[in-house]
Design a protein around this ligand. Structure first.
Ligand code: ZN
Length: 214
């Protein structure tokens, strides 16, 4: 909740459809960025833009919906804690959800070497994406560190996929080969990701029923 309003109501007050923000529509993101005083370019490049029902795009990479939109949003508690401690805003308003946390292939926060934590789900996507309201139910656990996992060593693949999603690498796997059998775990994971991107198959539109008159 922001000023007593849910995300959809707050967005409407700003002249933005919350569904368009969730779908990463450029005009909605630019308007939102202007309203809250952040760089529109940063917001756009870190958001997934819906192309159609089954596909999203980010920094020139087209990805299937199931790969980048989890029905169970996950968070890094340490990132959220840093947000809160660096701001004078109410805690859940200061905490920012990162688009990368929804990417199925990304299981850890490479910045803090912690597992991402699933916290809620909701069949209604507007309610599911109301992060401030949802995080408000977990603030104590976030701030005390109770949700933190044991630390993990950063993986090569974790770094690679973050760079890939940011458009900071050209898609070549860490070892320079795309042959899973020839490489390390990072190469195999990278190749699985490449396969998901390459073999996405948008569903065909339904075939119209033929009405036969006798
Ligand atoms: Zn983190």
């Amino acid at each position: 909740m922001i000023n007593g309003k849910n995300a959809a109501q707050f967005s409407a007050d700003q002249g933005i459809r919350f569904a368009d923000v969730i779908d990463g529509q450029p005009e909605a993101l630019r308007t939102l960025a202007r309203r809250v005083g952040i760089d529109p370019g940063v917001l756009e490049s870190s958001s997934f833009r819906r192309i159609d029902t089954w596909q999203f795009e980010r920094n020139g990479i087209t990805l299937p919906r199931h790969g980048v939109k989890s029905p169970v949003p996950r968070v890094c508690p340490a990132c959220l804690r840093e947000d809160a401690l660096a701001s004078d805003l109410p805690l859940q308003t200061a905490m920012a959800f990162r688009g990368n946390w929804q990417v199925a292939f990304l299981r850890t926060c490479n910045r803090h070497n912690l597992l991402l934590v699933p916290l809620w789900t909701d069949a209604n996507r507007l309610d599911r994406h109301d992060f401030a309201a949802r995080l408000g139910l977990h603030l104590d656990q976030v701030m005390t560190g109770d949700l933190d996992s044991a630390e993990f060593e950063p993986s090569d693949f974790g770094h690679w996929i973050e760079q890939r999603l940011s458009g900071q690498n050209d898609g070549a796997c860490p070892s320079g080969t795309s042959q899973p059998a020839a490489g390390s775990a990072a190469v195999q994971q990278c190749s699985s990701f490449q396969y998901m991107v390459a073999y996405r198959k948008p569903r065909r539109p339904p075939v119209p029923i033929q009405i036969v008159s006798w």
